[in-house]
Design a protein around this ligand. Sequence first.
Ligand code: SAM
Length: 324
Amino acid sequence: MEKIETLFSWLDHTAEMIEASQNEPYLDCLAHAMEILFYREVSNIDDDLTAKKIEKSLQTIDLKEFQQIEIRKAVQMAILKGMKENTQQQHLITPEAVALFIGYLANKFMSRQDTVTLFDPACGTSNLLTTVIGQLHKSVEAYGSDVDPTLMRLSLANANLQEMEIEFFQQDSLRPFLMAPVDLVVSDLPVGYYPDDVNASQYKLKAEEGHSYAHHLFIEQSLTYTKEAGYLIILVPNFLFTSDQAEQLQTFLKEHAHIYGLLQLPESIFKSKANAKSILVLQKKGPGTATPKQPLLVQLPSFKNEKAMADIIGQMNTWFSKYL
Ligand code: SAM
């Protein structure tokens, strides 16, 4: 904890110095501070006094003294601070407990593979993506995409600091990628309407009328970039299968995927009931794939309830050895 706090303080203090000098939003200044720490070079600071102060404080910190997980947590703390101050709705980070849980599931579903190709089409700050990579304990070829330039800059700096090789695309992820399909997609999908009706019209899951649901189009796009028999572990809104376009989605999923699991997360970790999410696990159909005899349907307890959580993990481990 002490190490995490040391690194967090350095990042936070440096970001605040940059913020005061450059008059830019905290999250951009944080990305700038992370770049300075990674390249060990103070660049693009307009006033000499601030540049000198940062150069001096750079001598007090050495990345080699921190483990990957300490770096991830310190970065996460600083990003969370920036997001609290910020009012941009799309600036969200996948909560730590949820990211770790998705990492556990990823490990289970990828247990028979020595190497894994992994993609997050809505990677944001890459907190979820780097948490999953850190937990997979195997050779991973990773890709991430997000439309937001600030989050992409944070993602790149985050991956660099954690010494993780990730190929990033800064683009609308509902447009085509120059990327081969992967073994596993993990993602905390954006929820809401997709404003580009022209692009949406190319999707099977487009709305009959008006704007399409971004989360539906993201599911279709994620399946396109998943190998046959590959898996998707995605965070979806609880209302996914009860909304007005749910029937269309269910018909589409029946044709293209097997539903392996639906795990409802504890409501307490979300701002409100309407924002609550579940983890949906899909397998893309392919030769030799079949509908699971019994899908994994779980109502997760509070992550703070260690006893209940241990019980559920025990039951899930039994499910994995029986049905996967
Ligand atoms: N897992 C991320 C993390 O740990 O930081 C958080 C993901 S956040 C819930 C959803 C992300 O979707 C946001 O970062 C947002 O910028 C991105 N997004 C929304 N619409 C998009 C689009 N059309 N193309 C690419 N990214 C998009």
